[in-house]
Write a protein that binds this ligand. Sequence first.
Ligand code: ARG
Length: 417
Amino acid sequence: MYRPRPMLSPPRSFTPFAVAFVVIITVGLLAMMAGLLIHFLAFDKKAYFYHSNFHILNVEYTEALNSPATHEYRTLSERIEAMITDAFRGSNLKSEFIRTHVVKLRKEGSGVVADVVMKFRSSKRNNRKVMKTRIQSVLRRLSSSGNLEIAPSNEITSLTDQDTENVLTQECGARPDLITLSEERIIGGKQAEPGDWPWQVSLQLNNVHHCGGALISNTWVLSAAHCFRSYPNPQYWTATFGVSTVSPRLRVRVRAILAHDGYSSVTRDNDIAVVQLDRPVAFSRNIHRVCLPAATQSIVPDSVAYVTGWGSLTYGGNAVTNLEQGEVRIISSEECNMPAGYGGSVLPGMLCAGMRSGAVDACQGDSGGPLVQEDTRRLWFVVGIVSWGYQCGLPNKPGVYTQVTAYRNWIKQQTGI
Ligand code: ARG
């Protein structure tokens, strides 16, 4: 059959296609350029870490500056951190500066030297030398700022990510956000990620999880006395590290168990023990110590705390194999001792924490594990040791913990820490 041949389209009807074609190509090119621009402006950034030390001339070094738990240490570190932060925020490095942290305060002459790490974020194409010079010129202007008198000339050294991690994991109480000096702090969900609670220890009897504990030095673990009452012989015990109790990162034998002489199984008073490991552990991102609070540190009712452990999820249930965390609040002993609560069983060396409605609590198998709180500088302190409770997670029946501040001197006597 004959079909008429289609006529070639006149040039007029060709135009809409050409226009559409040109528009699509142009939009595509623009989008690509914008993408590249965004990439180079935002994603081509790299973290740069530096170490420096500041000699502070007008502050006298005292014993109180020896421990990050003291008010003196905290306030001086905060002042130094604020001074450095202000200097960079008011400089041409304000968009590169991320965060600074005082790692240590030392004695130098009659004054104090503060070891500090600083984080910047800048383009990958940036030259380290140029960056260093710019930072140094900001720091050089510090000597005249604030009411801290800083000795001039502070050398800075650049640190790799690994160096920074090593420096921060030697100090106590650093969680992942501090180790990377990141701006945000996130604790989500219930299951712990590796490195979230690096001081958490599983104390195992014949290689089976029995109690929790908290690493307070490279050889000492803080735990509860009641964990060892029936099994005081250290040779059956090991300590494991890492979020999983079935495939731990590290297993170390226990050398000695020192439980408090005054522990009473009736009143549960003095439910505290320190466990000495057979060899020191090497600190790393996933294994390092928590800070011990000062004996004088006050634990504020209603403040947030976290309890961690492999204990059962329901009363009478089984222990879990992956570390869990729970957010709770400190409850005053007065409230905790009300008739509807524990009616006077909460003794002065104890501390209550939970949720008023119940629901979040430690449970069987969490005993000996830490209740921790963050200070204003994002260091974590062990304020409680899981001790007892009426069942788990019931309203008006919160978890009862050994109050670590009350035993601070006992810990010192036993371990020297
Ligand atoms: N005694 C328990 C243990 O051996 C800990 C109980 C904690 N109970 C509580 N509801 N917070 O693991």
